[in-house]
Design a protein around this ligand. Structure first.
Ligand code: F6P
Length: 195
């Protein structure tokens, strides 16, 4: 049966410092994940069929995918870039709470609909992901390396989670998720790279 593989990028320098957004490089641990990803993918695919790899246009997803086999086609989608945090881009959550306390509270109140000043909401991301979802529905053997918020939206779609809960879902770093849609629902397997 057809499956979809999902992964966040390896840990970035911004993840280390608690900063959101940006276009940071991978940290040393993130590099390790990039190095381990080909074996993790091989283990989860189970045979020699090549996958097509979709990344965002940001350095951390491209770097995470760069050791995957050369026969895997790779495609970069702007629509897979992380949720745009507008004026809060590159800040930490405590900096946001200090500089934009009302925004910080509003986001906590309704995380799905909250739109960063000059940026996006989860609802906006779901809309820009529509072409991705359509393409996914008619493709086979796709591995997507993207970002936390984007991954939550794609995951929620296939797992039929409600929009309200998706922004709060745990999507750990350094874990490959394999989703296999079946008649009774989507089957999920997680492969922890143990980094
Ligand atoms: O911290 C990593 C990150 O991908 C940020 O770039 C992004 O803004 C955030 O996670 C999304 O998660 P949340 O919606 O929980 O803030």
């Amino acid at each position: 049966p057809r499956s979809i593989w999902l992964s966040r990028h390896g840990e970035s320098e911004f993840n280390l410092h608690g900063q959101i957004g940006g276009d940071a490089n991978l940290s040393a641990r993130g590099e390790l994940y990039a190095e381990k990803l080909p074996a993790l993918v091989r283990e989860s695919v189970g045979d020699d069929r090549p996958l097509t790899v979709w990344t965002s246009t940001l350095k951390r997803t491209i770097a995470t995918a760069r050791y995957l086999p050369g026969e895997y086609n790779q495609l970069q989608w702007k629509a897979l870039d992380e949720l745009d945090s507008g004026v809060c881009d590159c800040m930490t959550y405590s900096e946001i709470a200090e500089q934009y306390p009302e925004d910080f509270a509003a986001r906590d109140e309704d995380k799905y609909n909250y739109r960063y000043r000059g940026g996006e909401s989860y609802r906006d991301v779901v809309i820009r992901l529509e072409p991705i979802i359509m393409e996914l529905e008619r493709s086979e053997n796709i591995l997507i390396v993207t970002h936390q918020a984007v991954l939550r939206c794609i995951y929620a779609y296939f797992m039929k989670k409600t929009q309200e809960e998706s922004p709060w879902m745990a999507v750990p770093l350094h874990t490959l998720i394999k989703l296999t849609p079946r008649a009774y629902g989507t089957e999920e397997k997680r492969y922890d790279a143990q980094i």
